[in-house]
Design a protein around this ligand. Structure first.
Ligand SMILES: NC(=O)c1ccc[n+]([C@@H]2O[C@H](COP(=O)([O-])OP(=O)(O)OC[C@H]3O[C@@H](n4cnc5c(N)ncnc54)[C@H](O)[C@@H]3O)[C@@H](O)[C@H]2O)c1
Length: 355
């Protein structure tokens, strides 16, 4: 971990999507590692967002902009001359993508293409991590788990947009970034089922649960038997940080795609998650609801992350129970003034596990 601190100390890093759930956590982790963080994103969706409650605008260079706006994006990147970029800005929700498929593709695909176009001509850049998702794989109901060489696909507009991002990155990598006069490390990171405090997205299990809990409503659980490789946002953020460092130091070797998934041999379904949280919140009941059955969701999603383990030395540090405990701690804290303190203490405790 000291190596990671030495590496990030004073490095200029841009995070797109810093006003969102994962971007806020990643911003704080990189700040803790000593990086200078610049964020580029739309306004936070509400005052409940972690970015607002942890007052991240005081800690990062906070730029509000749209990745669909090529000229504005270019002007900001050229001005700041970052060495490392993490691209998280996206419309990240499957259900929203059925409602707004075109906008989803515009932000996710053309937003990424805009970024690649700017980075193509930016001399300062050395390392690029593009965040996609575990949903980029063609759904073959593969029971063994998807690995990086499996075919891309995506039934819904969100998943297919992220698969398209994978293709764009591969193309720009081979055409402009690697072995084309200069070597700039670029990789995609495929993670999913990320949990942690401060996520308020609609139609996600944990935010939906805490919305119901805080409003004293009975939680309606859809797909209670769905199995997912849940993982804490800190494990994923640490994986992204590690990948960016490897890309920076050895761009040719590491410029590929990586799954980041919980490799625990024990699997957990959504019912387990809710019953565990119920014990913490002292809520007794939940109702099973099936109104979303028409939207195709894989029953069991398994993602293999041997590659991240073997090539990056990354694996999850937090067991599911610890991940849920940390998550509960933040949602249960009614004093918003405490959010930044809790976040930083969770990050320090996490880094202590690795050190
Ligand atoms: N949360 C998960 O479980 C999960 C799983 C797999 C992949 N991802 C990916 O991780 C990334 C972050 O997801 P999240 O859960 O934090 O989502 P989020 O909705 O909390 O944050 C999205 C961020 O992207 C920004 N953004 C959206 N459209 C933009 C645009 N056109 N221009 C500029 N900024 C824009 C938002 O302002 C926000 O900062 C996304 O790329 C998402 O697809 C998330």
């Amino acid at each position: 971990m000291n190596e990671l601190r030495d590496f990030y100390k004073g490095k200029k890093v841009i995070i797109t999507g810093h006003t969102g759930f994962k971007g806020a956590w990643l911003s704080l982790l990189l700040l803790e590692l000593g990086a200078k963080v610049i964020g580029y994103a739309l306004d936070p969706k509400s005052d409940k967002e972690l970015f607002v409650t942890a007052r991240l605008d005081q800690l990062v260079n906070d730029i509000r902009g749209d990745v669909r706006d090529l000229d504005y994006l270019e002007s900001k990147l050229v001005f700041h001359q970052p060495e490392i970029i993490f691209h998280l800005a996206a419309q990240p929700l499957v259900i929203e993508s059925y409602i707004k498929p075109r906008e989803t593709w515009e932000s996710n695909v053309m937003g990424t293409v805009n970024l690649l176009e700017v980075l193509k001509n930016l001399d300062s850049i050395k390392s690029i991590v593009i965040i996609t998702t575990d949903k980029v794989y063609k759904n073959t109901e593969n029971q063994l788990g998807y690995s990086e060489n499996d075919p891309l696909g995506g039934h819904d507009p969100y998943s297919s947009s992220k698969a398209a991002v994978e293709l764009a990155v591969e193309s720009w990598r081979d055409s402009f970034f690697i072995n084309n006069g200069r070597n700039v490390g670029i990789a995609t990171a495929r993670a999913g089922n990320v949990i942690g405090g401060g996520d308020w997205a609609e139609n996600r299990l944990i935010p939906d649960y805490f919305r119901a809990y805080l409003a004293n409503k009975v939680f309606e659980l859809r797909n209670p038997d769905s199995v997912r490789p849940w993982q804490h946002v800190l494990d994923v953020s640490y994986g992204y940080a590690l990948l960016a460092k490897k890309l920076y130091l050895e761009p040719v070797k590491f410029s590929e795609s990586y799954n980041f998934a919980n490799s625990s041999s024990v699997e957990y379904n959504t019912r387990f998650i809710i019953e565990y949280l119920n014990k913490k919140t002292n809520v007794l009941n939940y109702e099973v609801r099936s109104s979303y059955e028409n939207l195709k969701e894989t029953k069991t999603l398994r993602l293999l992350s041997e590659k991240a383990l073997n090539t990056l030395g990354w694996k999850n540090q937090l067991p599911i129970e610890d991940s849920l405990d940390l998550t509960f701690q933040l949602y249960n804290e009614s004093s918003l003034d405490s959010h930044r303190i809790i976040l930083i203490s969770q990050i320090r405790e996490y880094l202590g596990r690795i050190e």
